[in-house]
Design a protein around this ligand. Sequence first.
Ligand code: SF4
Length: 249
Amino acid sequence: MAAQESKRARVTRMHDEYDRLCAFIPVTKCQLDYTTPFELIVATVLSAQTTDKRVNSVTPALFAQYPDADALAQANIADVESIIRVLGFYRMKSKHIIELAQALVARFGGEVPHTMDELTSLPGVGRKTANVVLGNAFGVPGFPVDTHVIRVTGRLGWRDTAGKPSPEAIERDITACFPREEWTDLSHRLIIFGRSVCTARAPQCAWCPLNDSCPSAGDFLGAAPATNRAHTSAKRARASAKRTATCTR
Ligand code: SF4
């Protein structure tokens, strides 16, 4: 279905589906526990290749021992390794967060910077981590693209799936269709949805709130792909039209 859908129809469907995601997941928040930008950037670096829950299990002890960049910059790596040992790649991650803290101290007075360019200049910090920090610690709209966002936006046909688009290309495509102020919550909702409903191995299409319009529903239900339904709610249509006007694609 997605291949025959016009670009405008796709964007309208994206907005309709996002409205339903907002109703399904009314409250969003970063799943990592943190109290300062420093804690968030460290927790986000630690979250690579593991779950937020597991990161949250080690960060209280880590931040009790190393509450700021100054303290972590001077840490003994073996001590850090012993605290975060339950995480995958704990040796490499220990090295990365100490180097990150040292760079914060050396170049930013121990503070976490507020811009994408500065954040991505730090060791171990890519666009995904920078977007998490910008959106959650500083209120600067950001759209982190993780494995859930990649999977869910692909299954929903919110973007072109030909080839293997980079996270940067996906970020560009999706954010072009939503107002900036929605980017952070949009990413949160897609991640929560990907963890709870549209999971990697067993998507719950039978009761998914988007199964009437998702082009991939039939792949998992063993039925023909769903056809996009006309919008029945005037309110929903108005909201979609409003967002469509902001799309820059
Ligand atoms: S219908 Fe299935 S594939 Fe589509 S978004 Fe829902 S859970 Fe994912």
